[in-house]
Design a protein around this ligand. Structure first.
Ligand SMILES: [Zn+2]
Length: 464
């Protein structure tokens, strides 16, 4: 039995060792490379995993390497299935441009730690590891195991967790500190549609149309080459004025290029974006394009809630269905396009294809990808325990959130994303100058430590 005051002192004592461990991790550019024996994601991730395993072991945890796909560190007794899982990852995305600090320098400045992986997801992993260490140092008895799992392939294909599930026992419940607070307990379902049609036979002649590379990206720029002359410029200017977004016409080799400028974004979060393909389609339609181009301009255009497809819907916990036209191509007399749809919990996702197809005459609609929503009830012991710990440490409002994105938490049957970015924090994941403040890392460490005690601690381990 230990007092909260004493526990807080033990938690605070983790600050320096945690920082030292984390800085060591950030200095390893753990990017995915070609596979080598026992290193399915290449030598950099092999090294990263080895260092993480060694660090966990030196803190007194039982560790295991799952052939370079993932590792884990365990404490407490009980079955693996009933363990409380904490799921994080050690792989990173490339540094990219625009850094004002060394992305692998682990530089500290005014209490802020810079580096790729600082908040996604090495920082949160370090906080979780030292939260376990604090519980261990405090000798708080546990009623179930706590298993910290660190994967090496979250950013690419989640092959790490598929492998872990095959060779190890994945706990049923847990959280992934790879998102935001207070807690994300709902991921919308996903439905990916591929559209095929004949190229328009009459109307405006489209010579070239090839925009977008990924279904889940809202393109911020789109262009098409069409038959026409300089007179088109005035028409396009009028269209731009009418709709209030930028589109222009430029003559090119005796034809006209129509160029639309939107705002780029992610299919899961269309609120701040504007689809340039949609602008382009509307412009082409208003210039006289017919057939499938007109149908798509009418039924999709720049709408991102699926209104014109008859699939607009929302529920209280999930928010709205979202729909993104991410790719469009005209090739060899055929038109191809993709729709990335994220649908609410209460929607019959398996009917989306049929309903959308009924609004797309002349277009063949194929369901290419389908995922059910992932949901852990807000009333579950897990969500309540996590929110209690969060509120107790920060005093901030308890609230369960939904997302249109896919999180690591989905790898657990009853998994939620919990931290480690706080409400109002700028989202630094995958950005230049990725960084995290030591104060918020320590806050997370404390939240995780209290969460472990609430969810895995035996009765009466901690008193006021
Ligand atoms: Zn991540």
């Amino acid at each position: 039995m230990i007092s909260k005051k004493e526990f807080d002192r033990i938690i605070e004592a983790q600050r320096e060792p945690m920082l030292e461990t984390l800085r060591g991790w950030i200095k390893i550019p753990s990017l995915k490379q070609d596979a080598q024996p026992n290193a399915p994601f290449g030598p950099a991730l092999r090294k990263m995993l080895d260092v993480t395993l060694k660090d966990c072991q030196s803190l007194g945890f039982e560790v295991r390497d799952y052939d370079g796909y993932a590792g884990d560190a365990k404490m407490g007794e009980g079955s693996d299935e009933d363990a409380l899982a904490i799921l994080a990852h050690v792989d990173i995305v490339p540094a990219g441009d625009g850094w004002t600090r060394d992305p692998f320098g682990a530089q500290m400045e005014d209490g802020v730690l810079y580096g790729r992986g600082a908040c996604d997801d090495k920082g949160p992993l370090a906080a979780a590891l030292y939260a376990m260490k604090a519980v261990k140092d405090a000798d708080i008895p546990l009623k179930r195991k706590v298993t910290l799992i660190y994967g090496c392939d979250e950013e690419s294909g989640m092959e790490d967790m598929k492998y872990y599930k095959r060779v190890a026992t994945m706990p049923r419940t847990g959280f992934s500190p790879d998102g935001s607070y207070p807690v994300i307990n709902l991921e919308k379902g996903m439905c990916g549609l591929f559209l095929y049609a004949d190229a328009p036979k009459d109307g405006l002649k489209i010579l070239e149309l090839n925009v977008g590379e990924r279904q889940n990206v809202i393109p911020g720029a789109a262009s098409a080459l069409v038959a026409g002359g300089p007179e088109m410029q005035g028409q396009v200017d009028a269209i731009s004025k009418q709709y209030g977004w930028p589109v222009k016409a430029v003559t090119e080799n005796g034809a006209v290029r129509i160029i639309a400028t939107g705002i780029n974004g992610h299919a899961a979060h269309p609120e701040t974006a504007r689809n340039a393909i949609g602008q382009l389609l509307i412009t082409l339609r208003d210039l006289g394009a017919a057939g499938a181009v007109k149908v798509l301009a009418d039924a999709v255009g720049t709408q991102y809630y699926g209104e014109g497809l008859g699939i607009a819907s929302r529920d209280q916990a999930s928010g709205p269905l979202t729909c993104n036209l991410g790719i469009i191509r005209l090739e060899k007399g055929r038109l191809f396009a993709t729709l990335d749809i994220r649908y609410p919990l209460m929607v019959a996702g398996d009917r989306i294809r049929d309903v959308a197809a009924s609004h797309l005459p002349g277009i063949e609609v194929e369901q290419k990808f389908f995922k059910l929503p992932h949901y852990v009830p807000a009333s579950s012991e897990l969500v309540r325990g996590l929110l209690d710990a969060y509120h107790e440490v920060t005093g901030l409002e308890k609230k369960a959130l939904s997302t249109g994105g896919g999180t690591y938490a989905r790898m657990l049957e009853m998994g939620v994303a919990f931290g480690a970015s706080f409400p109002g924090d700028p989202d630094m994941a995958h950005q230049a100058d990725e960084r995290i403040s030591v104060d918020s890392l320590m806050k997370s460490l404390k939240i995780f430590a209290y969460a472990i005690v609430k969810l895995a601690g035996a009765e009466g381990g901690l008193h006021e």
